[in-house]
Design a binder for this molecule. Structure first.
Ligand SMILES: *[C@@H]1O[C@H](CO)[C@@H](O)[C@H](O)[C@H]1NC(C)=O
Ligand SMILES: *[C@@H]1O[C@H](CO)[C@@H](O)[C@H](O)[C@H]1NC(C)=O
Length: 280
């Protein structure tokens, strides 16, 4: 039912009747009948108004109650999404991941090499962006203006930081190839590798929090395997994914135009709005 239809205060028929009743021009009907129909009309209007009001109250109540847990839906407030200037670039798609075992390896499953390094850095080396002041003002956290780029502020989408982190973890797993990323292990404390060890620890924990934050609810299944004569877990299932290409496009359109100089302080008049604002 359309809102227009639902809220239409008076049907056209009623309006016509009322107009007729209000008309001063002499009517062919006898006065008594005219008075009676006017009385009916006024009361019909009152009854209509009462019904309208009740309908409105019921509607508002239903609308307010709809997102509550009692109705088996989402708890109130669970749909809040913080503003990000990249939300406009978010599009979903269905994807089946590479299983990652022989027979279904991804292009990223090759030995450490300049080629592999390039593939990884191509995923995020454009990740630091320049956003407008209007966008910066809507962020849930303050960010700094870019010196020499008036009206623009520095920002990085966390997806690119996540990928950077995973790449560092990958490198730490092959310390013979990436000696800078060798970390201390249980039986081998290397004080010279304090930076790498702390950085990798940060990255693993950041990725843990990111995975828990984004809670992928795609479903892994079990299917019967007649060869093995048992049901086997199947990873090649459908996932709802945000289109990574759309987000890289967004970031590539906003790469910094000059080298960011973090030593320059720029004051601004941006007042960050209260957290948990709902995007509209
Ligand atoms: C960002 O905002 C959150 C929520 O208000 C706050 O807890 C956090 O400390 C802020 N961080 C920075 C760097 O501004
Ligand atoms: C599969 O298992 C069932 C029950 O254990 C057995 O009866 C059957 O012979 C097995 N089939 C094959 C092909 O191994």
């Amino acid at each position: 039912m359309s809102k227009d239809h639902e809220y239409q205060p008076l049907s056209n028929d009623t309006r016509e009747l009322l107009d007729e009743a209000d008309v001063d021009a002499p009517s062919l009907q006898p006065t008594g009948i005219r008075k009676f129909s006017a009385w009916i009309m006024h009361h019909a209007l009152a009854v209509l108004l009462v019904i309208e009001t009740m309908a409105l109250v019921v509607l508002v109540t239903v609308l307010l109650r709809r997102p509550s847990q009692a109705d088996g839906g989402m708890p109130l407030g669970s749909q809040k999404v913080l503003y990000s200037p990249a939300l406009s670039a978010v599009e979903n798609e269905v994807k089946v991941y590479h299983l990652g075992f022989p027979g279904d390896l991804s292009p990223f499953q090759i030995p450490s090499s300049p080629e592999l390094d390039l593939m990884w850095s191509d995923l995020y080396n454009f990740g630091v962006s320049r956003i407008t002041k209007e966008e910066a003002a809507r962020l849930p956290n303050k960010t700094h203006a870019i010196p020499g780029d008036p009206g623009h502020y520095i920002a990085e989408l966390d997806v690119f930081h996540n990928l950077h982190c995973l790449n560092k973890v990958r490198m730490a797993l092959d310390p013979d190839y990436y000696p800078d990323w060798r970390i201390s292990t249980s039986n081998n404390h290397i004080s010279a590798q304090k930076h790498a060890t702390e950085h990798i620890s940060h990255c693993i924990d950041w990725l843990r929090q990111s995975i828990m934050c984004h809670v992928d609810t795609s479903v892994i299944v079990w299917q019967w395997d007649s060869k093995a004569n048992e049901s086997r877990v199947k990873g090649n299932v459908a996932h709802t994914c945000r289109k990574f290409d759309k987000i890289t496009e967004w970031a590539k359109e906003r790469v910094l135009v000059n080298t960011y100089d973090p030593t320059v302080r720029i004051e601004d008049d941006i007042v960050i709005p209260v957290l948990h604002q709902e995007i509209s």
